[in-house]
Design a protein around this ligand. Structure first.
Ligand code: ASP
Length: 604
């Protein structure tokens, strides 16, 4: 429309051309009687110069009245900047435009926060940014994120198309299956008293698509989970979701490695190495204390169970006698940990039910710790050798049941790494990406409160074939054909090979998960029915698209890669939602509010 070039396009080659640029007033400087205006659009910015000696007075005054973020169209001649005034920070920094004509397309009021300075923007309160998201998104840093997100989506679509996948949309109005996270419910006006649920993922639909013979499905799917907002989660989020027929786990690994290779190349121009490392769940916990290990630093967990089996230190030998383990990590160089840091670590241990945290500081050649006096020489030697103890080390112990001991140290390991990073004693380059697959998860986990087994992934995950005989008598032994893809300590996604036989699926629902048969029928009957008519073996995976984009953008928050995210309380500050509704709307939906009505709503 009103432009010949975008604001990141002009170079010395265009000197002498008459051009028109349109965009926002990024900045205005009045210098030596001249007005300098940087015009910005999505692509970048260009300096324009208003010289009163070349321009009608009225036009110059118009320019003088422009504020940040007014929308303008300027026409003028491209010229070289005067000697010594080039701006090497921007791509158009060698030229400027001597303005001949200006059209003010719209004025802008004084902004609630400036968008032209990344340093200032960083200090702006996030709530204000979310309330005025359209201004926040004008910031080049945010535009970059949106652009990168779009690029990743396109790269994924092209990749899946090349691999023979069909993009199929699945419904957003789904049925309630309250097995996993809490769902969002949508009342049905025409079916009084009935509700839809928003899908937590397209899981059932994608499996049904396999029964429908689609063979290779993918979708950039919107998912909804009504969870209490833990750090950096969103109530609605996007998955790269896929499902394939006639495959084994290896096929998914290969496919996703190819996808990530493609995505990293197109988004960051980086070649990543495949195949990725694979760790079993047991090994990941044993070595890193977590099922999504960050492999960018060591500090691995060390098992000391054999060394302390007969220890005079009863906290250790007692834990072992009760079927537990003794494990430790060596936080190299952290003997100078402060009391406060030790307390934080102790709190981490206590959050897993431990009574306290045993540790040794190696300082001035001495082992400083109240527990060392209980250790025999053999035990000390074992510690020294296994943990490679040296001056300045901090040794931290966990004596507990295996999973707990691993998880305690896993959490403390991450904490110690953060402390070391904060002190610049551990540096991890921003462009380092350590990918791995975590495999061989237990199919089931035990819920002590409800005294029953539940699926560690979801109830459609197939058991590892050789473990099937233990399903009924020793469920904890059964591994699932479930896999997670992890990068830098972040779970990027997960999936599984599914159960495709209706009889096996029914056993899992009714006998292992102990869901009453009538509930199974009401919730999953249609799936069991579908599986009766020739369901192919199939499996799939879903990657968190927002998380993936955040990693690629190098931002810790997924809110930075979502155009209109919600706050931790689930509110949209720009549109002010969720909001009240009219009594008539409630009546139409056959809903009566029992809670004290929110402001503006009467139940009438
Ligand atoms: N639907 C699963 C999830 O959202 C992923 C999968 O199994 O494909 O976690």
């Amino acid at each position: 429309m009103k432009r010949t070039h975008h604001c990141n396009q002009l170079r010395p080659a265009q000197i002498g051309e008459i051009v028109t640029l349109s965009g926002w007033v990024h900045s205005r400087r009045d210098l030596g009687g001249l007005i300098f205006i940087d015009v910005r659009d999505r692509e970048g910015r260009t300096q324009t110069v208003f010289d009163p000696s070349d321009l009608p007075r009225e036009l110059f005054e118009q320019a003088a009245a422009l504020r940040s973020e007014c929308v303008v169209s300027v026409t003028g001649k491209v010229r070289a900047r005067p000697e010594g005034t080039n701006n090497t920070k921007i791509a158009t920094g060698e030229i400027e435009i001597g303005v001949a004509a200006l059209e003010v397309l719209n004025m802008a009021e004084v902004l609630p926060f400036p968008v032209d300075d990344p340093e200032v923007a960083r200090t702006v309160n996030e709530e204000l940014r979310l309330q005025y998201r359209y201004l926040d998104l004008r910031r080049p840093e945010m535009t970059r994120n949106l652009r990168l997100r779009s690029k990743v989506a396109t790269a994924a679509r092209v990749y899946f198309d090349e691999e023979g996948f069909l993009e199929v949309e699945t419904p957003t109005l789904f049925k309630s299956t309250p097995e996993g996270a809490r769902e969002f419910l949508v009342p049905s006006r025409v079916n009084p008293g009935k509700f839809y649920a928003l899908p937590q993922s397209p899981q059932q639909f994608k499996q049904i698509l396999m029964v429908a013979g689609v063979e290779k499905y993918f979708q950039l799917a919107r998912c909804y989970r009504d969870e209490d907002q833990r750090a950096d989660r969103q109530l609605e989020f996007t998955q790269i979701d896929l499902e394939m027929s006639f495959i084994e786990r290896e096929d998914i690994y290969q496919l996703i490695e190819g996808l990530l290779k493609r995505v990293w190349k197109s988004a960051l121009g980086m070649d990543i190495t495949t195949p990725f490392l694979r760790l079993s769940f047991a090994e990941a916990l044993n070595r890193f204390g977590i099922d999504k290990p960050d492999l960018r630093f060591g500090m691995e967990l060390c098992d000391l169970t054999d060394a302390f089996r007969a220890s005079a230190f009863k906290v250790f030998s007692g834990a072992i006698a009760a079927g537990g383990v003794v494990k430790a990590i060596n936080a190299k160089g952290l003997a100078d940990a402060t009391q406060g840091q030790i307390e934080t670590m102790t709190e981490h241990a206590k959050s897993f039910g431990a009574k306290g945290l045993a540790y040794i500081k190696v300082e001035k050649g001495e082992w400083k710790s109240p527990i060392v006096k209980f250790f025999s020489e053999a035990e000390k030697t074992a510690l020294r050798e296994k943990l490679k103890m040296e001056e300045g080390d901090l040794i931290l112990f966990a004596a507990d049941q295996w999973l707990n001991a691993c998880e305690i140290l896993g959490k403390i390991r991450l904490y110690c790494a953060d402390v070391l990073k904060g002190q610049r004693r551990l540096t991890i380059p921003g462009n380092r990406f350590d990918f791995l697959w975590v495999v061989d998860f237990p199919l089931l986990a035990f819920d002590k409160e409800q005294n029953r087994w539940y699926s560690s992934h979801h109830p459609f995950t197939a058991p590892v074939a050789e473990d099937v005989p233990f399903l009924k008598d020793d469920p904890k032994k059964v591994r699932g054909q479930h896999y997670d893809i992890v990068v830098n300590g972040v779970e990027l996604g997960g999936g599984s090979i599914r159960i495709h036989r209706p009889d096996v699926q029914k056993v899992i629902f009714e006998e292992v998960l102990q869901i009453p048969p009538d509930l199974v029928k009401a919730r999953f009957g249609y799936m069991l029915e579908a599986f009766k008519y020739g369901a192919p073996p199939h499996g799939g995976i879903a990657l968190g698209f927002d998380r993936l984009c955040a990693i690629l953008c190098g931002t810790p928050s997924i809110r930075d890669v979502i155009a209109f995210p919600k706050t931790a309380k689930g509110t949209d500050l720009m549109t002010d939602s969720p909001g009240s509704i009219e009594p008539k709307q409630l009546r139409d939906l056959h809903i009566e509010l029992k809670v004290p009505p929110a402001k503006g709503v009467t139940t009438g």
